[in-house]
Write a protein that binds this ligand. Structure first.
Ligand code: ISL
Length: 535
């Protein structure tokens, strides 16, 4: 199976934190335009922008008030068109975030719906009569508390799976669906190259039956959307699908699915939380679990679907701080995780700053938090946990930690802006920044450049089969990729201990590593090696 984007690497831009061009401490579109050559140099070919539409920014733009307008804080429609044009001239594609499970409560549809009982938009949302001030179901919101809140006149409850300023749309309403497809086509006709679809697996929900993810009509809606919008267009669609299993991922992404090109699965990033508890219940990662989960996805989707590959994004902690070592072994562990991911089958995503090994910012003060989820969590957990546990959890899993401004240089605001940014800069910009990295052949940036280039040049990485070596080893993560008569062997020590690991390497040629151990049978802390074999 061959797909046009199979060799692509996608870079996620978090626009608020990428580059400020107009001196307001907030990233913007002209900032992105000014850095397009940076992506060319890195070698990625698709840029995904987190939402830049008009929004009151309760959830940093994932609460959209107007799907057709650019948020003035990021620029104008003219700026966006210029971004598209300039990016396309440099052979970079642009995909936008599509947030259609919910809108902002400041969207005209919702305002009309709550202000006029006979509004045609009332059925675009999910309302239930208020009987006894008791929420109609006990569904919780992902951001804490009930998913139901009262309308201002207190006569009804409305449903919101995220913040109370993000009412869920009612996908059962056909007019709503057609409005969404019209909007998608508007952006595609403008030249946008596809979408990352926010929590798209929730649009088929059936609240009465208690079904939230992967609802009964979900796949019908996606097929309808495909025919209304994507068929015949050379675009990329990536669905964010939290509860997905490999079997369901194949339904979405098999070649004739007429649904999506790939989906984000969440199974690997759920491995460091206690089962059946919220994400703040921390658990140490067991490497065997990680190997098992990632290998399962590699094998299950092989020639049946298509994987997306990611460690971090604007909702997840940075991988180097999460499962690597962001102190002494930062450079080694960042490269090691990069290699493990980029040698797998699927489309890799690089989250801004990952390519220079940016780390989580630790916070200790409520006034430094900006994320609605983190702030809600702080207030809720302070009722039941002591403060140090709350901060430990926030510093491990809070979403602000990985949203800090991009570190371009070591100046006061890291070259992101010349004004105080909306979120604190990580003080380690003094030594972790693009300026330091870009011309250093030993930098994480240079290593990522090589990984990305290898995917473009080596069909084994794109098409090869996958085989895990030694499932039970506690520290080593090793796998093979095979295609025709070629083989790629990846060997990684995912620990800070030195590990003895003899392997018959005589017929292999080393093509990339993050350090060279003196003894071939021994792997230093976070050492990774990529070998090639022919025949
Ligand atoms: O980070 C999470 C909360 O712990 C995830 O559950 C996250 O909310 C989930 O991945 C959905 O994320 C997407 O939709 C949210 C938005 O806040 C996230 O930023 C977005 O990526 C609501 O639109």
């Amino acid at each position: 199976m061959k797909r046009w984007y199979e060799k692509s690497v996608i870079y996620q831009i978090y626009p608020m934190s990428f580059k400020d061009s107009n001196h307001d401490g907030m990233g913007d579109i002209h900032g992105i335009i000014s850095k397009l050559d940076y992506f060319v140099e890195l070698g990625v070919d698709v840029l995904w922008l987190s939402p830049i539409y008009v929004s009151p920014m309760d959830d940093n733009g994932y609460d959209i008030a107007d799907y057709y307008q650019i948020n003035p804080m990021f620029g104008t429609m003219g700026d966006f068109k210029l971004l598209l044009k300039t990016a396309h001239q440099k052979n970079l594609k642009i995909i936008m975030d599509l947030v259609v499970n919910h809108t902002s409560d400041e969207h005209i549809w919702f305002m009309d719906a709550i202000n006029q009982p006979d509004s045609p938009y009332r059925d675009y949302y999910i309302f239930r009569e208020n009987a006894n001030n008791t929420p109609p179901t006990n569904q919780g919101s992902f951001f804490g508390g009930s998913a139901w809140d009262l309308t201002p006149d207190q006569k009804h409850f409305y449903f919101h799976l995220f913040s109370k300023k993000q009412p869920d749309l009612n996908w059962k309403n056909e007019h709503l669906r057609q409005e969404i497809y019209t909007m998608i086509n508007y952006w595609l006709d403008l030249g946008v190259d596809g979408f990352r679809m926010d929590v798209i697996d929730l649009i088929g929900k059936d609240i009465e039956k208690g079904i939230i993810g992967n609802g009964p009509k979900l796949h019908d809606y996606l097929k309808e959307m495909y025919h209304a919008c994507f068929k015949g267009r050379k675009v990329i669609t990536v669905g964010e699908t939290g509860g997905v299993t490999p079997e369901i991922a194949i339904l979405y992404t098999k070649e004739d699915s007429e649904e999506l090109d790939m989906v984000f699965q969440f199974q690997h990033i759920a491995l460091d939380q206690e089962p059946h508890r919220d994400k703040w219940h921390l658990k140490k990662l067991d490497l065997k679990d990680l190997k098992r989960v990632l290998s399962k996805w590699q094998i299950a989707l092989y020639q049946k679907g298509w994987n997306s590959l990611y460690w971090s994004n604007h909702d997840q902690p940075r991988i180097v701080s999460r499962w690597g070592d962001d102190g002494e072994y930062r450079i080694q562990s960042a490269k090691m995780f990069g290699a493990l991911l980029h040698m797998m089958q699927g489309t890799p995503f690089v989250y801004q700053g990952e390519e220079i090994g940016m780390t989580n910012l630790k916070m200790h003060d409520l006034k430094d938090l900006r994320d609605v989820e983190a702030i809600n969590m702080y207030h809720e957990k302070m009722k039941v946990w002591d403060e140090s546990r709350v901060w430990d959890a926030l510093n491990a899993k809070g979403r602000d930690n990985a949203r800090t401004p991009m570190q371009w240089d070591d100046s006061i605001y890291a070259g992101f802006s010349d004004q105080k940014p909306w979120l604190n800069v990580n003080p380690n910009k003094d030594f972790i920044n693009v300026k330091e990295s870009i011309n250093d052949p030993k930098s994480i940036f240079s290593f990522y450049q090589k990984l990305i280039k290898m995917r473009k040049e080596c069909p084994t990485i794109v098409y090869g089969s996958y085989e895990l070596i030694e499932e039970e080893h506690e520290q080593m993560f090793c796998y093979k990729r095979k295609y025709q008569n070629q083989e790629i062997l990846v060997m990684a020590n995912v620990s800070k201990e030195v590990v003895k690991y003899p392997y018959h390497l005589a017929s292999y040629q080393l093509i990339l590593s993050n350090e060279i151990s003196e003894n071939e049978d021994e792997f230093g802390p976070y050492e990774v090696r990529i070998y090639h074999k022919e025949g």
